[in-house]
Design a binder for this molecule. Structure first.
Ligand code: GLN
Length: 457
């Protein structure tokens, strides 16, 4: 649902009734998009009806991924180890949402610690795709993508470490953006891989997404990687842009068919050419080494003392620590802690981690060069249509599904996933990638393409 449609509904029936309807819808839903419903948000809706809630998102439902802290609201990160963690503080983005009057309807389901591409690693069960309940909604922000597609919220926030906003946006047929690294504060984001991840918006169209980005982006001294910039959504549509199609990012026949159809539309108004990014053939391997290395160090904090799950007092510290972690983490998280610790170990650091960092530099160089020659780059978001639940049981097969999304995080550039032409009744997404902090160029182009696609669909 668009913000404008929501506002109309609120005018007709009042925010309290409209929000109560959304909460009922979530409760009856088979999607499993939410881990926690924020019943208290009805109070905020009442305040809106009384004219007490003001701001750019006043009275608009927003769902927040469950790895983003919310004061007084359960925040599990999709893990058993945080099954009872109630944060005493709000993340920067949540503070900003509240300051603009947004109604936080609940916390969305996700892969455990955001490690996954399908939301099947969540301790709280898989999220189903609104277009086909036997398929996944994508991951790791599966709940945030599905809830917007199914009108279980108007807007949502996700996080993207290697594709976790763009993948569910693509699989659920909504718009999702991974902002430039540093544009949105990570304060209050429970970390998976700090150097790669950003919080970002989901919405039903580009204009709504632009507004949500405007609200969440901004300076924050509590995040040392924050760029200290505000963002204003100012779409300026232009013709004759130089658009590069990334040769190394492809997809299966369904995906390429949809992508080629969209490229034909683009060619009518812009200059389209192919661009090659030679380093990308190593990007997936480098991403997983870096992400797992950072994860292995980040997840050391779950020791059964400071947060969440604990254990009976046992004879030794090592025994206690091991028991808590054996019980609290799922298989995928354990796999990554082990692989990450291995890659960082004295004997293998140079062979794996250092090599991965070198590849990262090459990926950055390829982007810089390409974004010098082109205004924007495009590629399919995901190489396939939404997977059947259980289809990616083998971890390596799952990692490979991220081939088109991870290079963006290695470089830190922004990338938006826009729904293009559905195939076999399932959504397909196109990535639109721009230079650092050029979100407005991406959004302006996406807004134009969104309209062109709507006209021919
Ligand atoms: N699928 C990727 C991974 O598991 C990306 C996840 C994410 O962006 N959080 O690392």
């Amino acid at each position: 649902m668009l913000i404008s449609e929501w506002r109309k509904k609120v005018e007709d029936e009042g925010a309290k009734n409209a929000v109560a309807e959304v909460l009922d819808k979530i409760k009856q839903s088979r999607l499993n998009a939410f881990i926690t419903i924020n019943e208290k948000c009805i109070e905020d809706a009442r305040r809106f009806d009384k004219g007490e809630l003001k701001g750019r998102l006043a009275g608009v439902p927003v769902a927040v991924k469950d790895c983003i802290t919310t004061e007084g609201i359960l925040t599990t990160c999709g893990s058993k180890i945080l099954h009872d963690y109630i944060p005493p503080f709000d993340a920067h983005v949540v503070e900003r949402l509240k300051a603009e009057g947004a109604i936080i309807v609940g916390k969305t389901n996700m892969d455990e610690f955001a490690m996954g591409t399908t939301t099947e690693t969540s301790y709280y069960g898989v999220v189903r795709n609104p277009y086909d309940l036997d398929r996944v909604a994508g991951g790791s922000s599966g709940g945030s993508g599905a809830c917007v597609a199914a009108d279980e919220s108007v807007l949502s926030l996700g996080t993207d470490t290697g594709g976790s906003i763009r993948c569910p946006a693509s699989f659920c047929g909504v718009v999702g953006l991974k902002p430039t690294y540093g544009l949105v504060s990570r304060y209050g984001l429970i970390p998976y891989a700090n150097s790669l991840e950003q919080i970002g918006p989901f919405a039903s169209n580009v204009d709504d997404l632009g507004l949500l980005l405007e609200v969440i982006a901004g300076p924050d001294a509590r995040d040392s990687t924050n760029a200290g910039k505000e963002f204003r959504y100012e779409p300026k549509e232009r013709e004759g842009l130089r658009i590069g199609v990334i040769k190394e990012m492809g997809g299966n026949d369904n995906v390429m068919n949809s992508f080629d159809q969209a490229v034909e539309l683009i060619k009518a108004k812009h200059k389209v050419a192919e661009v090659s990014m030679p380093s990308f053939k190593y990007a997936l391997a480098a991403y997983y080494i870096i992400a797992m290395s950072e994860a292995s160090s980040n997840l050391a904090r779950y020791d059964g003392v400071r947060y969440g799950l604990s254990a009976e007092k046992l004879s030794s510290w090592n025994e206690f620590f091991s028991k808590v972690r054996a019980d609290g983490f799922g298989d995928e998280v354990k796999r990554r802690i082990m692989l990450g610790s291995y890659a960082l170990s004295a004997g293998y650091y140079g062979k794996y981690y250092l090599k991965a960092l070198k590849v990262r530099t090459l990926v950055i160089r390829d982007f810089k060069k390409a974004l010098n020659d082109f205004d924007l780059l495009i590629a399919p978001t995901m190489p396939a249509l939404p997977f059947k639940i259980g289809e990616l049981a083998d971890p390596l097969t799952m990692y490979k599904a991220d081939v088109n999304t991870v290079p963006i995080n290695l470089a830190g550039v922004p990338s938006l996933s826009l729904p293009i032409f559905a195939k076999k009744g399932l959504p397909v997404g196109m990535q639109i990638i721009g230079n650092y902090f050029e979100e407005n160029s991406i959004l302006s182009f996406a807004r134009w393409l969104e309209r062109e696609i709507a006209e021919v669909s």
